[in-house]
Design a protein around this ligand. Structure first.
Ligand SMILES: Nc1nc2c(ncn2[C@@H]2O[C@H](COP(=O)(O)OP(=O)(O)OP(=O)(O)O)[C@@H](O)[C@H]2O)c(=O)[nH]1
Ligand SMILES: [Mg+2]
Length: 437
């Protein structure tokens, strides 16, 4: 904890005249400064979370004010926060701010409110970066990338990854302590199996982050859908490839990539295994995970379903519905999506147009990209360490080295979120093994 925390103040609305201007204060004296500068009609003003009307005195004159009190810790910064909503007259607002500074508030530095939010644990680092990127975004694509970061897209994935990596370490470290003499009990198989699942999740997070911050490079369009929907046949028809096609469900296993020019823009088309709950184990299980990682990394997903089946009710925003094998349907295919037949070629040109329209071809740049590159690098490092751990475990190598590689992987992940916490691990080991009981 910091020894003495200042109370910061800043004008939170854009410079220049507006209908309203907001001065925001954060810190232990925020509410007190409000009471010192404002006169309220209500006796209990600023005593709890809420809004109060009154008049702000800047030492010379007074002006109407609406004061919003947000006591910590349930405020953006985690501290007491006060917002003073004033009439948007620049000289009056400047006088109000000067008064607050004269009474002991400090002018906030750029990003200081967000920094305090991070330091008090209200937001994680990737979200704080999202706020920064959002403020500095200059184009729509930058704003979109920043907003995704801001609302915790990466944060949520990292949290889940972190959890499972920690669990792996617990498994490893606990075995180290308890099975030293009896290595037969070391659960290496379980370790490898769970490690592979974590790796797939890491891959997914990487794909997500790469897509979010993609700048140049060819847009990646991924075919998805149930087994046998006609994905590979469509892939062949669009790219002139020769992927294996058959009426056996589960034909495609590895993802195939081929260049596809959409409305003059070079893209990549990816064919993946059909998703089905029937294919959860063995090589099919791997194929399913690869497919999911591809879907995650896609700029656009083509959701392929048979034209004779009812189309899905909801489609996520990044997906385009394709009603395949429409030559087998009786009469014209109604409803949403683009009806195509890879066999007769009907609808293929229309599909290309729809893809061009749906694709977000504008690349991300600026702050969002820089941050993205840092995240991608950290995720890649974490993956390297995890691979090391897996290779050691598969070779039945020394468990302490496996544990060490897992620790390093976690450390890389924590670089993104800005918190390394060995305490966490101790807590968990403790929770799992009640020694002395
Ligand atoms: N009549 C007709 N048959 C098609 C068309 N597209 C695919 N088929 C047939 O449907 C069957 C499945 O096609 P695939 O392309 O292998 O399907 P898939 O979605 O790749 O299947 P998985 O790889 O198992 O997920 C094959 O027998 C194809 O010949 C089409 O447009 N018209
Ligand atoms: Mg296929």
């Amino acid at each position: 904890m910091r020894a003495s925390v200042s109370t910061i103040a800043a004008i939170a609305t854009p410079p220049g005249g507006g209908r309203r201007a907001v001065i925001r204060l954060s810190g232990p004296r925020a509410l007190e400064l409000g009471r010192e500068t404002c006169r309220f009609a209500a006796e209990n003003a600023l005593s709890r979370r809420g809004a109060w009307r009154g008049r702000f005195h800047d030492g010379v004159g007074e002006q109407p004010v609406l004061a919003l009190a947000m006591p910590g810790p349930r405020s953006f910064t985690g501290e007491d926060v006060l917002e003073l909503h004033l009439v948007g007259s620049p000289p009056l607002v400047a006088a109000a701010l000067a008064r607050l500074v004269a009474l002991g508030a400090e002018l906030a530095r750029p990003g200081e409110f967000t920094r305090r939010a991070f330091e008090s644990g209200r937001i994680d680092l990737s979200r704080a970066e999202g706020v920064l990127a959002l403020v500095e975004a200059e184009s729509d694509s930058e704003r979109r990338a920043a907003a995704e970061l801001c609302f915790g897209g990466l944060g949520k994935r990292l949290e889940a990854l972190r959890e499972s990596l920690l669990d792996l370490r617990v498994l490893c470290e606990a075995s180290l302590d308890f099975d030293e003499a009896d290595t037969g009990h070391v659960p290496l198989e379980e370790l490898v199996e769970r490690g592979e699942r974590v790796r797939a999740a890491l891959e997914e997070a990487l794909g997500w982050e790469r897509r979010r911050t993609r700048r140049g490079g060819a847009p990646r369009i991924v075919l998805a859908g149930a087994p046998n929907a006609g994905k590979s046949t469509l892939f062949n028809a669009l790219t002139g490839s020769r992927a294996i096609v058959s009426d056996v469900a589960g034909t495609t296993r590895d993802a195939l990539v081929a260049p596809w020019v959409v409305a003059g823009v070079p893209c990549e088309l990816v064919d993946t295994a059909g998703l089905s709950a029937d294919f959860a184990s063995g090589p099919d299980g791997h194929a399913q995970r690869f497919a999911k990682a591809e879907h995650e990394a896609a700029d656009l997903v083509l959701r392929v379903c048979d034209a004779r089946e009812a189309p899905p009710e909801h489609l996520p925003p990044r997906e385009l519905l394709v009603r395949a094998r429409c030559d087998l349907a009786q009469g014209p295919v109604g409803g949403p999506g683009v009806a195509v037949s890879a066999v007769t070629g009907s609808g293929l040109a229309e599909l290309e147009r729809a893809v061009a329209q749906a694709l977000w071809l504008q690349p991300a740049s600026g702050v969002a990209r820089e941050l993205g590159e840092r995240h991608v690098a950290a995720l890649e490092h974490a993956r390297e360490r995890l691979d090391e751990a897996l290779a050691l475990a598969r070779a039945r190598g020394p468990l302490d080295l496996v544990a060490e590689a897992l620790r390093a992987a976690l450390e890389r992940l924590d670089e993104i979120e800005g918190h390394a916490s060995p305490e966490d691990l101790l807590d968990r080991i403790f929770a799992r093994f009640c020694i002395g009981k």
